[in-house]
Design a protein around this ligand. Structure first.
Ligand SMILES: CC(C)(COP(=O)(O)OP(=O)(O)OC[C@H]1O[C@@H](n2cnc3c(N)ncnc32)[C@H](O)[C@@H]1OP(=O)(O)O)[C@@H](O)C(=O)NCCC(=O)NCCS
Length: 174
């Protein structure tokens, strides 16, 4: 049984982050801001940015005590400030073991308990069936398909949007 827990990123995670993230099979599923190749300098820069978030928005995913990937919640601005986007990745050797399903469930719980948000959403590239399945298993609802919204690797792709709402919410309260 894999024990999954989330903790803040540390400066000393940089080497391992660069190793885990430097994989085209990962970057092809993420925005171009997640580079390939993914260098040690990229990892250091990312951790530095994360250290400035209060409360913590990005966590390291630990599986049986090993740093295995990242998961983050990014609150919106202006009228979108009660929503947050979720994003995540796992090193390839950890795929297919139910780890991200556990991590997303923990992150949703953290977000609704600690951030002033009522909605967590994300957009998945159409070909990323594993991530869509993770979201379904975590109770997210498939809300829409944004046709040809993604331009990745010189091709257009549909974006599949998922969201989950905070339970038992009195929606009109400020
Ligand atoms: C997507 C990702 C997060 C999945 O993490 P994971 O820990 O392997 O996911 P889990 O093991 O919890 O669940 C994966 C589910 O997808 C299913 N799955 C995997 N590949 C699939 C495919 N090609 N088609 C359909 N289902 C698939 C698995 O069978 C499993 O579902 P099940 O439990 O019902 O059998 C991981 O592969 C990853 O980090 N990928 C690269 C980055 C990325 O895609 N990030 C998300 C961007 S939206």
């Amino acid at each position: 049984m894999n024990q999954v827990h989330l903790r803040p990123l540390r400066y000393k995670d940089a080497n391992r982050l660069a190793q885990l993230a430097n994989n085209k099979k990962i970057s092809m599923n993420l925005r171009d801001g997640f580079p390939y190749p993914y260098t040690l300098a990229d990892a250091k820069k990312f951790i530095e940015i994360c250290k400035n978030h209060t409360p913590v928005q990005v966590f390291a995913i630990e599986c049986n005590g090993e740093y295995a990937g990242n998961i983050g919640l990014y609150p919106g601005e202006d009228v979108y400030r009660r929503s947050a986007e979720i994003g995540y990745f796992l090193g390839e050797s950890y795929w297919g073991k139910g780890i991200m399903t556990k991590a997303v469930k923990q992150m949703v719980e953290y977000g609704f308990s600690n951030l002033n948000i009522v909605r967590i959403y994300t957009g998945v590239f159409e070909y990323n069936k594993a991530s869509q399945r993770v979201l379904e298993k975590c109770g997210f609802k498939k809300e829409a398909v944004f046709e040809k919204a993604i331009y990745k690797n010189h091709q257009l792709w549909n974006e599949v949007r998922f969201a989950i709402l905070k339970p038992m919410l009195q929606f009109n309260n400020p």
